[in-house]
Design a protein around this ligand. Structure first.
Ligand code: 13P
Length: 311
């Protein structure tokens, strides 16, 4: 890429030329969030991908998100600036592994968090995101045996709020697991009146301290609508950009992680997408998400079930 190229201008030009839409997750860099046509949480992004009429979906997020977009809207070209932008949760669980777990619990249905690959989605009955997991689980018959994969923290939290006893796959997000309850408790003491808000992928001891728990979009709404002026935010720091924009006078403090040399939590996978890679991926329409049609159709069933069940 020539050094003097105005990447923002070029990306905007390519967007028009190619009738492309840029979908971005809140954990992307500020520059990418600002350039996006649609910014949202996992559920909102899936819905936006499903209904877009653009010819090319440029997905600024991680691999499973772009893959979900392609599953939902297969006639569109879906590109991801960096194909290596993965997810520790998705890496933790495979379709084969889940099939074995199903064999051990033949009467159970499988509910999987959207942070998983197409193989896991194909083995699942229903997909959920952090914004609809609670209501979807509550809508299932009380005596229904459920396997929940791959996030044990979200699963444990849903078990707690619904009174269910789902069988949990033992996976976690390495970024959210790094939050330190001890250091956060100290931050709360140092900032009286501040509300602690947390993503349900955080560990039990962090969630136990939280005033509010929700998906990225819900955390954002909470900051905008809650009367408090100060928030300690226990999720990936990218969300702070949109929070600052939507609630410019409120004070936002990134929750601390166990590593004492860091003062915020950053997902290196999410940050693998850069403006330069975004420009190149739009110019060359690569790397592209391509799927096996059989798998796609199987995975689509579980995603559609989620869309049906979420209000
Ligand atoms: P949300 O649906 O809350 O945006 O989840 C994003 C995510 O992947 C958390 O790690």
């Amino acid at each position: 890429v020539p050094e003097n190229l105005d990447l923002v201008k070029e990306i905007q030009k390519l967007k028009k030329e190619k009738n492309a839409i840029i979908l971005a997750h809140y954990y992307q860099s500020k520059e990418i969030q600002d350039l996006s046509d649609f910014l949202g949480d996992s559920l909102q992004l899936a819905r936006a991908a499903e209904k877009t009429e653009a010819d090319m979906i440029v997905f600024c997020g991680v691999h499973f998100m772009a893959e979900t977009a392609k599953i939902l809207n297969p006639t569109k070209k879906v590109v991801l600036p960096d194909l290596h932008a993965g997810c520790s949760l998705a890496d933790n669980c495979s379709g084969d592994g889940l099939r074995k777990m199903k064999e051990e619990h033949p009467s159970a249905i499988v509910v999987s968090y959207i942070n998983c690959d197409i193989g896991v989605k194909a083995e699942s009955d229903i997909i959920v995101t952090s914004s609809n997991a609670e209501s979807i689980i509550k809508s299932l018959p009380e005596n229904q045996k459920i396997i929940f994969a791959p996030d044990r923290n979200l699963g444990r939290y849903i078990n707690q709020v619904t009174g269910r006893n789902m069988i949990l796959w033992d996976g976690a997000c390495i970024i959210h697991e790094a939050f330190s309850a001890e250091r956060i408790a100290k931050q709360m003491l140092e900032n009286p009146g501040a509300k602690l808000i947390a993503h349900p992928e955080a560990q039990k001891n962090v969630l136990a301290l939280a005033d509010y728990i929700g998906s990225t979009a819900r955390l954002l709404d909470y900051v905008v609508n809650n009367e408090s002026q100060k928030f300690i935010v226990a999720t990936e720091e990218g969300i702070l950009h949109e929070m600052h924009k939507r609630a410019p006078h409120k004070e936002l403090i990134p929750a601390l992680i166990q590593d004492e040399t860091c003062n915020c939590s950053e997902c290196f996978y999410m940050k693998m997408n850069t403006l330069e890679k975004l420009y190149l991926c739009m110019k060359y329409e690569l790397p592209e998400i391509l799927l096996d049609e059989n798998m796609r159709v199987k995975a689509l069933k579980s995603i559609n079930k989620m869309l049906e069940l979420s209000v």
